[in-house]
Every structure is written in C-alpha cells, then in structure tokens.
Design a protein around this ligand. Structure first.
Ligand SMILES: [Fe+2]
Length: 368
C-alpha cells in the first residue's frame, strides 16, 4: 500500500513539474499507441480468417516496442496483453468456426511474455551502458576543463601582469559572442580560446615579459612567437581543441593584414580571433603595464573605435561599443567575478550560465 502511495505521489510530482509533465504525457501516449497496436493486430488476425494464418506474428511488434520503451515490466505486460488478445476468444479459423485449444493460447502468451522480458532486459543493459558512457564523458569533459584552467593559472604564475587578464578577455569575448548570436558550443570554445589566448607566453623568457620599456627587435620577435606556441600546445593535446587553438594562433592578426603570425586579413581571420583581438586590446589598454599606467575605459573604447576597419573587425567593434555603453563588459576596475563553465563543451552547463545572463536582462552571470 505504501509502495502504491509512493508511486501515485511520484506520478503527481512528475505531472506537476513542467518537464515531468511532458515526459509523463509522452509516456502515456506511447503506452496508448502500444495498446492500440495490440488491438490492431488482434483485429487483423480476426479479419484475415483466424490464427491459422500468418498475421498473428505481427504481435511481436508492440511487444518489442514496449520492451524497448518500458523495460522488462512493460515488455512482459504487453506480452500478456497480446497473449490474451489472441487468447480464448480468438478462433483458429473464423469460418467455418474452429476454436483453439486452451494450452495453445497459454503457451503463446507465455512465449510473448518471455520475448517482452528479453527485449526489456536488453534495453535495460543498453541504458545502463549509455549512463556509464555519459558519466565517463562528463568526467573527461571536467578533466579537460580543469586542465585548461590549470594552463591559464600557469600563464598568470609566469607573467603576473596578466593576472585576471585572460579571464576578463574570456568573459568579454563570451559577452560579444552572445551579442553576435553565436550558439552555445561556439560560446564555450570562444571562452576557452580567450582564457588561453596568451598560453604561448609560457615559451617566452621571463626577462623579456617583465622588461620595462621598449623591446628590441629580437625580443619583439620572441614575444610574437607566443601565439604560434600556444596554438601548437593546444592542438597537440586533442583535436577537440582545434577551434580553440585557431583563436589563440590568430588573436594578433589585424583586419588590414598587418598582424601576426600569418598576416591574415579580414574574413581570412578566424571569427574567434577577431572577437578576441578586440577584447584583448581593450583589457590591455585598461590594465597597468610595466611601461604605462591603465587607461580609462572610455579612452580605451575610443581607441578601439578608431581601430575599426584597420586593425579590428568593424562588426565586432560595433558590438563591442554597444556592450560597453550597456555596461555589460568587465575590466580591471569592475572587480566583478566571472562565472565560468566547469566542464568542457557541455551545452547544459553553459546553458545555465547563459540563461542567467539573458534572464538578468544583460546583467547576469558575467556581472556576478
Ligand atoms: Fe597575446
């Protein structure tokens, strides 16, 4: 009795929650279709002259369907239902009337129930395997996320001037990505690309990174190699990181083709890199450097406005300026925490953050 109460309670709970409601309704519809199929097969058998003819085998269809959709219990119950539908009232021959023997329909019903049980069992094993693989995939994706975040920490440990820089670039890039209507997967990749855009600085000597004043040509060349080094590190880890590493490689390309490392121009520059370029420049200008103090955000935004169509993609700059005016962006002074995806490439985690952002009318997760 308690079990029945729990089941009814569970059913009511699922019906009352919106998602549960849809699931319950779709399960009810599926169950109804299976019952209809059993009835249809019984009618077909009767209309075609009785059990002596081949159509009774069509009863396997609803039994197999029920086994897959409702597991062992559903399979067995449908087997029994099918057995009864072709049971005592179904003649062997309709005309001239010839009834079937009792043991015949009982054996048939047991056989149908057994088929339902086996199919339900196979379906159960399959769903356990899918669950297991899902857990493994989730763990792998979380490990990827922790690894990438570890890289970001390593950059900061080496170049303390970049503390917070990568994260702010990643956050602002994701905000611009949303404005540019990127889908969730692209937003995630763009976020990671922003977080790791300076990964290659791990390969640049510290005395060059920390040198106050101007760099000589050789040192400059050394620093410029960081985008290629970052690309190489990431793309060697996994093909899953190719689009992230693409953004990393090209974040210093310029719209007019005067950037590095490949001198790409306009549409040749990967889109992630065009977004990152704007966010990188904005954050670099508003941050303190060895050779100058931070610029006011308004001043930095003006410099970016002037760079549209020469150094930066005009479309991205336009969205950047709108996001800046709407106070959606982060910079050193805002000190807003940036929430971050805890897994790699998992849409539902990202959905959580982006929905918070969108529901907040532009003042959600990025703003803390
Ligand atoms: Fe860079």
């Amino acid at each position: 009795m308690t079990g029945l109460k729990l089941r009814i309670g569970g059913l009511l709970y699922r019906i009352s929650s919106r998602e549960g409601f849809h699931v319950t309704i779709s399960r009810l519809i599926e169950g109804f279709v299976i019952v209809l199929l059993v009835g249809a097969v019984a009618t077909l058998v009767y209309m075609t002259g009785g059990l002596k003819f081949v159509y009774s085998h069509a009863m396997y269809l609803p039994i197999v369907l029920a086994g897959f959709r409702f597991g062992m219990l559903g399979g067995v119950l449908t087997g029994i239902m099918g057995g009864l539908a072709l049971g005592p009232y179904m003649p062997l021959l309709v005309s001239p009337y010839e009834p079937q023997e009792t043991h015949a329909w009982l054996y048939r019903m047991a056989f149908f129930a057994l088929i339902g049980l086996v199919v339900g069992g196979i379906s159960l094993i399959k769903s356990l395997q899918v669950d297991f693989l899902g857990n493994v995939l989730q763990e792998v994706s979380a490990t990827f996320a922790r690894t990438l975040r570890g890289f970001a920490k390593a950059i900061e440990a080496k170049d303390h001037y970049t503390i917070g820089h990568s994260e702010r670039v990643a956050c602002n890039a994701a905000i611009l990505g949303m404005r540019l209507d990127m889908d969730d997967q692209d937003l995630q990749q763009l976020y990671w690309s922003g977080l790791l855009h300076d990964l290659g600085k791990l390969g640049v000597p510290e005395h060059i990174l920390h040198k106050p004043g101007k760099l000589d040509p050789e040192e400059l060349e050394n620093v410029r190699q960081h985008s290629g080094i970052g690309d190489e590190i990431l793309s060697r880890i996994s093909p899953l990181f190719y689009s992230i590493s693409d953004g990393v490689r090209h974040h210093h390309e310029k719209w007019d083709g005067t950037g590095y490392p490949d001198g790409l121009q306009e549409d040749q520059i990967p889109f992630y890199a065009r977004v990152l370029a704007v966010c990188d420049v904005f954050d670099a200008l508003t941050s303190e450097r060895t050779y100058r103090g931070p610029l006011a955000p308004k001043e930095a935004a003006n410099i970016i406005r002037k760079g549209a169509g020469t150094h930066m993609d005009p479309e991205v700059v336009e969205q950047f300026l709108m996001a800046y005016e709407a106070r959606e962006l982060v910079w050193t002074e805002t000190k807003r925490p940036c929430n971050e995806p805890s897994e790699f490439d998992y849409g539902f985690i990202w959905d959580y953050y982006t929905n918070r952002y969108r529901d907040g009318g532009g003042a959600g997760w990025m703003r803390g």
